[in-house]
Design a protein around this ligand. Structure first.
Ligand code: PLP
Length: 377
């Protein structure tokens, strides 16, 4: 089935009592047993809930996985995945991964016996150099946030597979509409559904998608054991949002393309990062593994001519806020906002500067967005 059809229908036909077209929200913490030892497949909402199941089936269908576990936040999903590792295990990942993931790895898991190599994941040689007998997992985020560096999914996953190392891909930035990591052999795909999957900036959530029975069993046990599962109402909101994912992604991309072209020509802009630009240094790889370019872009502002504070102050349509992937355009300053938890050293290593500005391009009229930027410059 076409991904647009799956987005609308997969997993959603749940109500045989009244045949509601939309999946009901099962706001119940517990489920009645018909008799001792017999229920209708659900016993307690932390462990399972029909609304959450609908969402899980939907996202699994979009990603091409066998199943999924929806979690309370993206970080809850990432935490559950990391609990597949045990003390002594080593993880290879990027030096430009999402700030919250970086913080979780460094401040929580590194203090509990896991070790991490934060490296340039664009360089296969560097990955090979870091792999050791203790390496259990390679954590991939592509495109990276906010500079849109691309990790070669086929090459890195192939390398991991040849050595029995698990691969996890954070697919938040593109969504399954523009990139499907299972097609390259990934073991686990993770999302912050807070972003494009829900798409309306009104809920936080996460999801772990898998493609293998033994991983499924471990993930399901972990999510239930640590209590990371998503609330039914939140799951319903994400399910509602996903129905328009394909249309939204096309609209985000259309606007981002126009804004990137505008920025690239602007004298107050030193550099533009967007996967849809011909100037992106990894153009060939982008064409090979991505089905589109998405709605995220970043640029370097010439702050000697347009100071940061006045730039942000003059904006009227673009909203100064963290997060991304919603229908409204958000603009922010990674150095002091989304990526501040990396510290100056980590920031510099990842290529972010005090002049880097990130935009999550929304689906408003693109002329209004461009005019807003022009005024601010
Ligand atoms: C937002 C985000 C997360 C964390 O998700 P939350 O829902 O905020 O917990 C993880 N990875 C990426 C790439 C993100 O953008």
């Amino acid at each position: 089935m076409n991904i647009r059809t799956k987005a609308v229908l997969a997993g959603t036909v749940k109500d045989s009592t009244y045949n509601s077209v939309i999946t009901p929200i099962y706001l119940t913490s517990t489920f009645r047993f018909e008799k001792l030892g017999k229920n209708k497949g659900y016993d307690y909402t932390r462990s399972g809930n029909p609304t959450r199941t609908a969402l899980e089936e939907n996202i699994a269908a979009l990603e091409g996985g066998t199943g999924a576990a929806a979690t309370a936040t993206g970080m809850a999903a990432i935490t559950a995945i990391m609990l597949l590792c045990e003390a002594g295990d080593h993880i290879v990942t990027g030096n430009d991964i999402y700030g919250g993931t970086y913080r979780l790895f460094r401040e929580v898991f590194a203090k509990r016996g896991l070790s991490f190599s934060f490296i340039n994941m664009m360089n296969l040689k560097e990955i090979k150099k870091e792999i050791c007998p203790k390496t259990k997992m390679i954590w991939i985020e592509t495109p990276s946030n906010p500079l849109l560096h691309i990790v070669d999914l086929k090459a890195v996953i192939g390398l991991a597979k040849s050595q029995g190392i698990l691969t996890v891909v954070d697919n938040t930035f593109l969504s399954p509409y523009f990139q499907r990591p299972f097609e390259f052999g990934a073991d686990i795909v993770v999302h912050s559904t807070t972003k494009y999957l829900n798409g309306h900036s009104d809920v936080v959530g996460g999801v772990i998608v898998y493609n293998d029975k033994s991983i499924e069993e471990k993930i399901k046990l972990l999510v239930n054991a640590i209590g990371a599962s998503e609330a039914p109402f939140d799951a319903w909101l994400v399910l509602r949002g996903i129905k328009t994912l394909p249309c939204r992604m096309e609209a985000h991309q259309h606007n981002a393309m126009k804004m990137a072209a505008f920025l690239e020509k602007h004298p107050r802009v030193k550099k533009v990062y967007y996967t849809g630009l011909k100037s992106h240094p990894q153009r060939a790889l982008i064409k090979k593994q991505m089905k589109g370019f998405g709605g995220m872009l970043a640029f370097e502002l010439d702050t000697s001519k347009t100071p940061l504070k006045s730039f942000f102050k003059k904006l009227k349509v673009l909203q100064l806020a963290e997060s991304l992937g919603g229908v409204e355009s958000l603009i922010e300053h990674p150095w002091t906002m989304s990526h501040a938890s990396m510290g100056p050293e980590g920031l510099r290593a990842s290529g972010i500067t005090p002049e880097t500005i990130r935009i999550s391009v929304g689906i408003e009229g693109v002329d209004d967005l461009i005019e807003d930027l022009e005024n601010a410059f």
